[in-house]
Design a protein around this ligand. Structure first.
Ligand SMILES: Cc1cc2nc3c(=O)[nH]c(=O)nc-3n(C[C@H](O)[C@H](O)[C@H](O)COP(=O)(O)OP(=O)(O)OC[C@H]3O[C@@H](n4cnc5c(N)ncnc54)[C@H](O)[C@@H]3O)c2cc1C
Length: 388
């Protein structure tokens, strides 16, 4: 990010993160790439360094670092190390699942779960999407039926679930109105549950999905067959799941926007280095007029993105970032990342197409950012609705 965005305290925090990445991520990353799975050791080391659940308040044993700039340092350092899949996995845990617990969990739930979120013993997934319900979450068919003892029985299927195989449980959006399909206008048809995999034989991860990018992390189908959920694992009140899901979207989308900005900045830095040492026609590639113009445009694009994302982060820190604001930040930053990384790849020539080069990995990774957590088209619908 631009000079002056971070304070000294953030830079001190960066030292901890950089050390963690150098020691606990970089040496292991090729192995995780081959296995398409991040080992638990990463989560445990992150926990040891206080890097999980940054926003958890001190009374629950956390550091209460609600200032999102701390979170961004993780994105930046992981982008610098080319460990993009770790960034994605951490975002799901910290920016999708944790906020649901912090915002809507009862004090008892927070006491029971927050320590596990922070110590690496409960790696979480967000399980909203289904084969027939992605953009349109009202089409969710996974169903939870209340038992006589107040608990719930869950049946259904989810897909594209990050940490789905390696994780310990998921924040599941399920239909709880007794119906099997969409009810017109029924905003109170859904509930959110924190569902544990352990001791729940009906909770079965399915296929590991082969992704284009972010290949060091697992993404899977999840199947629920008669999964038993204790009453205490219902988040907030029954029937308010969709409302809660919408309430956590701003943070989820902000996290995608900040990742996009971090990847864009890192790839541009690498590209400047590359063109400054590669020669063609007796000149450095950086000296061709086209390269200079391209880099100038990319720099302006990056600075615009960083300023825009910074405004969204300031809004978030002030408790004022709403769904439209976060959608705008994600739309702009993810689309910019896509076009900017594409232009950087072109400046690498054929080497840009080779997966050993970080720009090729980044190209495949950023393609996801305009899709997950709300496609660009859905974000435009959200933004346009406010313009009516
Ligand atoms: C690698 C990966 C990781 C993911 N991780 C997770 C995860 O951890 N947890 C989770 O719950 N989900 C996850 N997702 C799911 C992701 O959020 C969805 O893929 C996304 O929301 C889009 O849903 P869909 O794939 O069903 O596409 P669809 O909703 O079927 O959309 C198809 C196309 O139609 C367009 N479209 C749809 N509706 C409209 C409309 N009203 N107007 C205009 N255009 C429209 C879309 O923009 C898109 O271009 C992940 C996806 C991927 C690929």
């Amino acid at each position: 990010m631009f000079a002056g965005f971070y304070d000294e305290i953030h830079e001190e925090f960066r030292e901890v993160v950089r050390e963690f990445v150098t020691r606990e991520v970089t040496p292991h990353y090729p192995g995780w790439e081959s296995a398409h799975m991040i080992e638990r050791s990463m989560w445990l080391a992150a926990a040891e360094n206080g890097l999980l659940g940054l926003a958890v308040q001190e009374e629950h044993g956390g550091m209460g670092l609600g200032d999102y700039r701390f979170r961004m340092i993780l994105d930046e350092e992981l982008a610098r190390a080319g460990a993009l899949a770790v960034s994605l996995a951490l975002h799901l845990h910290d920016d999708w699942v944790l906020p649901a617990l912090l915002k809507f969990g009862t004090p008892e739930q927070q006491t029971a779960w927050l320590p596990r979120f922070m110590d690496g013993s409960f790696v979480s997934s967000v399980a909203f999407t289904e084969p027939g319900a992605g953009s349109d979450l009202r089409a969710v068919r996974t169903k939870a039926v209340k038992n006589d003892d107040g608990g719930w029985t869950l049946d259904g299927q989810k897909t594209f679930i990050g940490n789905g195989i390696s994780g310990d449980g998921a924040l599941v959006l399920a239909r709880t109105d007794g119906s099997d399909v969409r009810q017109r206008g029924a905003e109170d048809s859904f509930s959110l549950f924190l569902v544990e995999k352990q001791d729940n034989p009906g909770y079965q991860p399915g296929r590991q999905l082969e992704k284009m990018g972010f290949t060091a992390s697992d993404t899977a189908e999840l199947f629920f067959a008669g999964v038993q959920i204790p009453a205490a694992n219902l988040i907030g009140e029954a029937g308010r799941g969709l409302e809660y899901a919408k309430a956590i979207l701003p943070q989820g989308r902000l996290g995608i926007a900040t990742s996009a900005a971090a990847i864009t900045a890192e790839v541009l830095r690498q590209t400047r280095d590359y063109v400054a040492q590669r020669e063609t026609f007796g000149q450095l590639v950086s000296e061709h007029q086209n390269t200079r113009f391209q880099l100038a445009e990319l720099q302006v694009g990056l600075e615009a993105t960083e300023r825009y994302v910074a405004a969204a982060v300031a809004g978030f820190n002030a408790g004022e970032l709403d769904l439209v604001g976060a959608s705008k930040a994600k739309l702009w930053a993810s689309e910019q990342a896509k076009s900017s990384v594409d232009a950087c790849l072109q400046l690498h020539g054929g080497y840009g197409y080779i997966l050993d080069y970080p720009v090729a990995q980044a190209y495949l990774a950023v393609r996801l950012l305009t899709i997950f957590g709300g496609t660009s088209e859905i974000l435009k619908e959200t933004i346009a609705a406010e313009l009516r």
